[in-house]
Design a protein around this ligand. Structure first.
Ligand code: PLP
Length: 376
């Protein structure tokens, strides 16, 4: 059986966890947490980083930081994971779904302005498959209407827009280290704060509404409850695991890109002959090899291909049921037809992609896809 995903261990994960345990400090905001946060600020020039227990948590922090109040409207792509919406709905926001682009599943920037009302507070963009949204256009719209931009960069580690790291462009950004992502810690995430007005409050919300972080730095002489907040910070056990991964990020990325490129070149002839479409990379974006997807022409073809591959011992998956079609969010959607979101929900197929996938596995997978189109 070729699984859809398999977590990759780089070697030092358990060693660092043992170090964290031996240090006698295993709650949050210790040495490994700081090492991870510093890694990101120095490598990607993120202004401030706070590790969280998930990307979902980082998005929830973002919703608190921009002071979402009941009735505030948030524009998000319908084609995304549910946390992109839930984090804001938990604070009373109304979600306004935007359709995807024709070129790729990212938000269609041309449609954003038409969705803005006097209640709109933020645009949350998702860099699907780690491929950048057109951030210049999005930031221009945000400036014009005085909106916040939050990057859901869950899939976008080590990926760039016009040479600028994703996660460093919006006012806030959220990353994921869930075991299905490129760099992992089981569950895990990070909030990136690029707008300085949020620096102080972000730390407070992170530490349960206390000013404990400032207290430990000696900036205040006692710590107390100064705001709302929650327990968003991960324990040192998680940060230790993550740090081992980060030390190997270049190797992880190199390997994943190699696998991605093998998929692409092995399937190109099927695209040339009109059976499938392969991912398209806008000239401003890089590929961080988070997801390899193909697009089938019909939902039936896609679903039959999933079953066919399963019979051959290969697990592939569709991605996602767009939120405006989901049991929960359907009731809140205003009824607009989101043609491209539906298009990707019906036709997109994700193939296995993980560090320990071999070239032989990919040969077997792509040969099986060939056979499927020959037989059908
Ligand atoms: C994975 C993912 C999330 C959720 O990440 P967690 O760390 O599991 O909370 C959110 N948004 C997108 C786009 C994702 O791909």
């Amino acid at each position: 059986m070729i699984p859809f995903n398999k977590p990759h261990l780089t070697g030092n994960e358990t060693k660092y966890i043992e170090q964290a345990v031996a240090s006698g400090k295993i709650s949050g905001n210790g040495d490994f947490t700081k090492k991870c946060q510093d890694f990101f600020t120095s490598r990607y020039k993120f202004k401030k980083t706070l590790l969280t227990t998930s990307c979902t948590d980082a998005l929830e922090m973002a919703a608190i930081l921009i002071n979402i109040e009941p009735g505030d409207e948030i524009i998000i792509p319908a084609f995304t994971f549910v946390s992109t919406a839930n984090a804001f709905v938990l604070r009373g926001a109304k979600i306004v779904f935007a359709d995807s682009d024709v070129q790729n599943p990212n938000i269609n920037c041309d449609l954003i302005e038409g969705l803005i009302t006097s209640r709109t507070k933020a645009i949350v963009v998702v860099h699907y498959a780690g491929i950048a949204c057109d951030m210049d256009i999005i930031m221009q719209i945000a400036t014009k209407y005085r909106l916040f931009v939050i990057e859901d960069a869950a899939q976008a580690i080590d990926s760039f827009y016009k040479g600028i790291p994703l996660g460093s462009i919006g006012h806030l950004a959220a990353f994921s280290f869930h075991e299905t992502k490129n760099v992992i810690s089981g569950e895990g995430g990070m909030l990136v704060v690029n707008d300085e007005q949020f620096f102080k409050r972000a730390e407070i919300i992170w530490e349960k509404g206390t000013n404990r972080a400032a207290f430990y730095r000696g900036e205040v002489d006692k710590y107390g409850w100064v705001d709302i907040g929650s327990s968003f910070l991960p324990s040192e056990v998680i940060s230790a695991f993550l740090y081992a991964q980060l030390e190997n990020i270049n190797d992880i990325q190199r390997t994943r890109k190699l696998l991605w490129n093998t998929y692409y070149s092995s399937l190109k002839h099927l695209e040339d002959r009109g059976y499938i479409e392969l991912p398209k990379l806008p000239e401003y974006a890089t590929n961080n090899a988070h997801i390899f997807y193909i697009l089938c022409h019909h939902v039936e073809t896609r679903d039959n291909l999933i079953s066919y591959l399963k019979e051959k011992g290969i697990l592939s998956v569709f991605h996602y049921i767009s939120l405006h079609q989901s049991p929960y969010y359907k009731a809140f959607h205003d009824g607009r037809i989101l043609k491209m979101s539906d298009y990707y929900s019906d036709r997109l197929l994700r193939l296995p992609l993980y560090y320990d996938l071999s070239q032989t596995d990919i040969k077997y997978i792509t040969n099986s896809i060939d056979l499927f189109f020959k037989e059908n």
